[in-house]
Design a protein around this ligand. Structure first.
Ligand SMILES: [Zn+2]
Length: 307
């Protein structure tokens, strides 16, 4: 899918000399920001022009890149919230891995703006290195679907990989489930169902991917990460995602597809949703005098690591 980036023409001219484009947004470098800010489709380009470049009078160009080419150059494309603190806001493609080789840019076009714009009722909540989401942008009508299609193509790429993992696992020695955890900085950790192979009923693909991410990143806190699963996570995996502070969960097949294939996901959901189903596995509260002792030991341990 095409990924677009607004560049100052002078910065692009300099990139042509050096062979590398190293700007992220308005003078901030990729090295400083950590990634290249980009847009998926004309609607997001319009949003960024309005929110970040409205007062820029220097000539601008629009760089068009293709995700496959960027991957070929060793770069990663991750869809992330424009404002990290607001995962419900607008999501943009971010390119990680360093400066962009000019050869990875497929197209360059001038951005024609009618006239330099003055500040007009602009609401800017982010810095120049973040893209505000609550701006009143002039969005061309009918182009929202193009942007949505571009954004969903990134999600589909991750889901497609999870599905490939699930299918190959099912064809060998495991259940038909695969999952990815994509960290906030774009690192990808994968998991497949290993229940029968390891005699571990908790070795679901999502749990395996979460364990892999925790080990690989050296932290139990996966805030900002997204869990992509080939099938709707069961209650256990949703619980694991909550405990790991995963920011968002995206799945392909649903619990009914899993039930149709003979898995208990739908029944377990009913266990939590309908109190009357608890007789499938009674859970008994039996208070004792010593029940609070572990919490007292926890509170008394000055060197504890809170989580
Ligand atoms: Zn599960």
């Amino acid at each position: 899918m095409p990924i677009q980036h607004i560049a100052e023409a002078a910065d692009w001219e300099r990139a042509l000399d050096t062979g590398l484009y190293d700007r992220s947004t308005r003078g901030a470098s990729i090295a400083k920001v950590g990634f290249l800010h980009a847009s998926a489709g004309p609607r997001q380009v319009a949003l960024v022009l309005d929110a970040v470049y409205a007062d820029v009078t220097e000539p601008l160009v629009l760089l068009t890149m293709h995700e496959e080419t960027l991957h070929g150059a060793g770069l990663r494309v991750v869809l992330e919230p424009g404002v990290p603190a607001d995962p419900r806001g607008e999501w943009f493609p971010h390119v990680y891995g360093g400066p962009i080789p000019v050869g990875a840019v497929a197209g360059v076009e001038q951005i024609d703006r009618p006239q330099p714009r003055v500040e007009q009722n602009r609401v800017v909540t982010g810095s120049t290195t973040g893209v505000p989401t609550n701006v009143s942008a002039s969005v061309p009508a009918g182009e929202e679907s193009a942007e949505n299609a571009a954004a969903s193509s990134l999600i589909e790429a991750h889901l497609s990989r999870a599905i490939d993992l699930a299918a190959s696992n099912a064809a060998t020695n495991g259940g038909p489930f695969g999952a990815l955890v994509v960290s906030a900085d774009g690192q990808v950790f994968q998991g497949t169902n290993r229940v029968t192979a390891t005699h571990d009923p908790t070795a679901h693909a999502e749990v395996e991917a979460i364990r892999s991410a925790g080990l690989g990143l050296g932290t139990f806190d996966l805030s900002g990460a997204v869990l992509y699963a080939s099938c709707e996570p069961c209650p256990m995996c949703l619980g694991a995602a909550l405990w790991s502070r995963i920011t968002r969960v995206v799945f392909a097949a649903d619990r009914h597809d899993a039930a149709a294939a003979g898995f208990d996901d739908a029944a377990f959901y009913e266990y939590f949703e309908a109190p009357g189903r608890r007789d499938a596995m009674p859970v008994v509260h039996h208070p004792t005098d010593r029940a609070a002792a572990p919490f007292e030991a926890w509170r008394g341990n000055e060197s504890r690591t809170a989580y």
